[in-house]
Design a protein around this ligand. Structure first.
Ligand code: HAM
Length: 428
């Protein structure tokens, strides 16, 4: 007798979260709430490929960044092309804008997107290898009012899901000209310090990153380091002042953090991060900034843009920390059908279909579970109403309607059931 082979169950790849019921509706709710805020501000959806030519990220995000040098999922496809699972969204949006000439029309081009991104990071709480973002990019106009709009939009996104325990940090990274002057000054300062080999190398490639080093000894040594904000030229200083002034006008609170450093190379001028203090080490729930040189670096016109990426995974963790459950997500359906007998079931399938056609969330019991077992299904779905149909009702042309929260039951004509439920559900 041959023995049946027993297979071991498989797990998701390391560092890749699943979102399954009953928590997964919260995921959708956050993504949809952020997207709605973007649409309210006139952004339009862009759907981008999950993988791109590797050169896009090397050129767009910057080869000296950890994201490009250490964290990309890069592989040769079967045609021997080097492709990379997107680690972020901005470079891809820019590529698509140039490729489809969107920058030749009305400016700014305002685009929003959402979906998974991939970074080979060391997994820990709130840091995943597949992460989810909602992002926006406003491209083609270098106007501080647009910076303020984008920052205020991110702030509204988080508030729209009920979060309040977060801070907004803001700074200006200057432009090509003043940043070059500052970079030299910072390097002069850093090269005088007794830095270890690796940190010295970092100071050569990307000195700003040294200011972001969390080790206490480095923080102490760099406490007096020159700051970009003190080296802004007149254009950048004025730009930053207008941005902060507009945020004040809109009552968006922020703190200026002149040591704010972002992990991607393309930023110029306004740069910001939203931090949630309940999240431990991975506290950045969203961030973004302006990017002046990115489009020309990718072969397009020399136009500026500004955008952000908000982390859905970390927003969900922050909601948990703040004890917030978005309303109504635990309710799977409003109406649950229970049919007793074959003829009743046939009719119930039709009734449930009619309810759905009329925009009512409905489900029914499948398999032969008996009345008690089927009613458990109604409870689990947290339905407001159960419809019970047996042979007797079928013969009478009625259906039993149970109001599950009020524990009341009434008999209504079968032909009126959709209209009745439509009314009952719309008055709640
Ligand atoms: P980013 O700061 O690299 O920016 O990512 C944005 C957000 O994605 C972070 O604030 C964080 O909430 C979330 N995130 C990043 N990495 C992980 C991870 N490993 N696990 C979980 N969540 C993560 C960007 O990606 C830019 N493209 C944003 C942007 C758009 N700048 C201008 N336009």
């Amino acid at each position: 007798m041959s023995e049946k082979k027993k297979f071991q169950p498989l797990s998701a790849p390391k560092g890749v979260p699943d979102y399954v019921p009953p928590a997964s509706p919260q995921f959708e709710a956050v993504r949809d709430a952020f997207t709605r805020q973007a649409h309210l501000a006139g952004f339009q959806h862009i759907e981008l490929p999950i993988f791109e030519d590797t050169a896009l990220f090397a050129r767009g995000v910057g080869e000296s960044t950890d994201v490009v040098s250490k964290e990309m999922y890069t592989f040769q496809d079967r045609g021997d092309r080097s492709v990379t699972l997107r680690p972020e969204g901005t470079a891809g949006v820019m590529r698509a804008v140039i490729e489809h000439n969107l920058d030749r029309g009305q400016l700014p081009v305002k685009l929003n997107y959402s979906g998974p991104f991939f970074r080979y990071e060391r997994p820990q709480a709130g840091r995943y290898r597949q992460l989810q973002q909602v992002g926006v990019e406003a491209i083609g106009v270098d106007d501080p009012a647009l910076d303020a709009e984008v920052v205020a939009l991110a702030d509204r996104c988080f508030r729209s899901v009920g979060l309040s325990g977060f801070r907004l940090e803001l700074t200006s990274l200057g432009d090509r000209d003043c940043r070059a002057v500052y970079r030299t000054k910072l390097q002069e300062f850093l090269f005088d310090l007794p830095l270890d080999e690796e940190t010295r190398k970092r100071a050569e490639i990307n000195p700003l990153r040294v200011l972001d080093d969390k080790r206490p000894e480095i923080q102490e040594m760099t406490a007096e380091a020159p700051l970009m904000l003190d080296y802004l030229n007149d254009t950048c200083r004025e730009h930053f002042e207008i941005v902060t002034g507009l945020l004040d006008d809109m009552n968006v609170s922020y703190t200026v953090n002149p040591r704010l450093v972002r992990g991607l190379d393309y930023y110029t001028k306004t740069c910001f991060e939203f931090v949630h203090d309940g999240l431990g080490a991975q506290s950045g729930i969203g961030g973004g900034g302006r990017y002046d040189g990115l489009m020309s670096q990718l072969g397009g016109q020399d136009l500026s843009g500004i955008g952000f990426g908000l982390g859905i995974d970390r927003t969900l963790l922050a909601l948990e920390v703040e004890g917030i459950e978005l309303p109504d997500i635990s309710r799977r359906v409003d109406v649950y059908g229970v049919a007793l007998g074959d003829a009743a079931k046939r009719r119930m399938v039709e009734v449930i279909n009619q309810l759905r056609i009329n925009g009512i969330r409905a489900d029914m019991a499948y398999g032969d579970r008996g009345l008690k077992g089927a009613m458990k299904g109604a409870d689990r779905a947290q339905a407001r109403f159960a419809l019970v149909l047996g042979d007797q009702e079928l013969a009478d042309g009625t259906i039993a309607l149970r109001n599950l929260s009020e524990h009341a039951q009434s008999q209504i004509p079968l032909v009126d059931v959709v209209e009745y439920l439509n009314r009952a559900l719309s008055t709640r």
